[in-house]
Design a protein around this ligand. Structure first.
Ligand code: SAM
Length: 249
């Protein structure tokens, strides 16, 4: 059988395409893309004439079979999404799973990914983090999810649509508190790339004041929960007290 390459493409700056991505996209028989018109422009920019076929959320499960048939017949194929790494808040999971189940080799061709780009330059702890993708679009669902996350000690990373950013910051402030540090990473790799790190209350106010901050693409990073210092002290004090009490006759 052929090989399925999962190929990352730029998240804004076209110079971020890798040499390997270009070679693979040129060499495969077929490219499965989320939006063929969008991807046609990318391929045209790089002078790549490989045929495109649609593989989006709605047809991935059913049409996956067609790609698999061609892979099984010995053709190589690539999977791309509109931007960044396929499967990361993008389609592709079902196709990759089906391909693996069918014994087809699946090879990643790594490259741009908004969450990693944001984390790598935000200045928040990066040793352990949680990627939450998009929060639920409706307020009730979003608040419920944030309630579950408010005592998560690892750095939290969210994708958000620009028109929901302000609402989302409001709900974050409500659940995690005005003082929790957060970083807004906007328009990564593009002309108006912006990083702004502030306590949630101030960040929300800053975004509310400047409508430019409510445009474009953004990643929101929130510092993980830390136990309040008083509690940490009193827990330690309680342990000491406990030990001392055991010594008292
Ligand atoms: N697969 C992509 C990746 O690897 O990052 C993510 C696709 S997801 C449908 C789109 C979301 O990713 C946007 O709403 C935004 O949150 C984030 N994103 C994509 N490109 C970005 C950029 N250039 N700057 C900031 N965020 C970006």
């Amino acid at each position: 059988p052929g090989t399925l390459y999962v190929v990352a493409t730029p998240i804004g700056n076209l110079d971020d395409i890798t040499a390997r991505a270009l070679r693979v996209l040129r060499d495969v028989a077929l490219i499965a893309a989320e939006d063929t018109r969008h991807s046609a422009r990318l391929l045209q920019h790089f002078g790549i004439a490989t045929p495109l076929a649609a593989c989006h959320e709605h047809n991935e499960r059913d049409h996956g079979g067609r790609f698999l048939a061609r892979l099984q017949a010995g053709e190589d194929a690539a999977l791309i999404s509109d931007a960044g790494t396929p499967l990361i808040s993008d389609p592709g999971f079902h196709l990759v799973r089906q391909a693996r189940a069918a014994g087809i080799r699946v090879v990643p061709v790594p490259g741009p990914c908004a969450l990693i780009a944001a984390l790598s330059a935000a200045g928040l702890p990066s040793d352990r983090f949680v990627f939450e993708g998009f929060l639920p679009a409706k307020a009730a669902g979003r608040l419920a999810r944030l309630e579950q996350l408010k005592e998560e000690p690892r750095t939290l990373i969210f994708y958000e649509a620009p028109h929901r950013l302000l609402e989302c910051l409001g709900d974050l402030e409500r659940t995690m508190g005005v003082d929790r540090l957060a970083v807004l990473a906007r328009e990564l790799t593009k002309t108006f790339e912006t990083f702004r790190g502030l306590p949630l209350g101030e960040l929300r106010a800053w975004v509310a004041e400047d409508s430019n901050q409510q445009r474009g693409e953004c990643v929101l990073l929130v510092a993980g929960w830390q136990p309040p210092p008083e509690e940490a002290v009193s827990a330690a004090a309680l342990r000491v007290l406990d030990l001392l009490l055991k010594e008292v006759p």
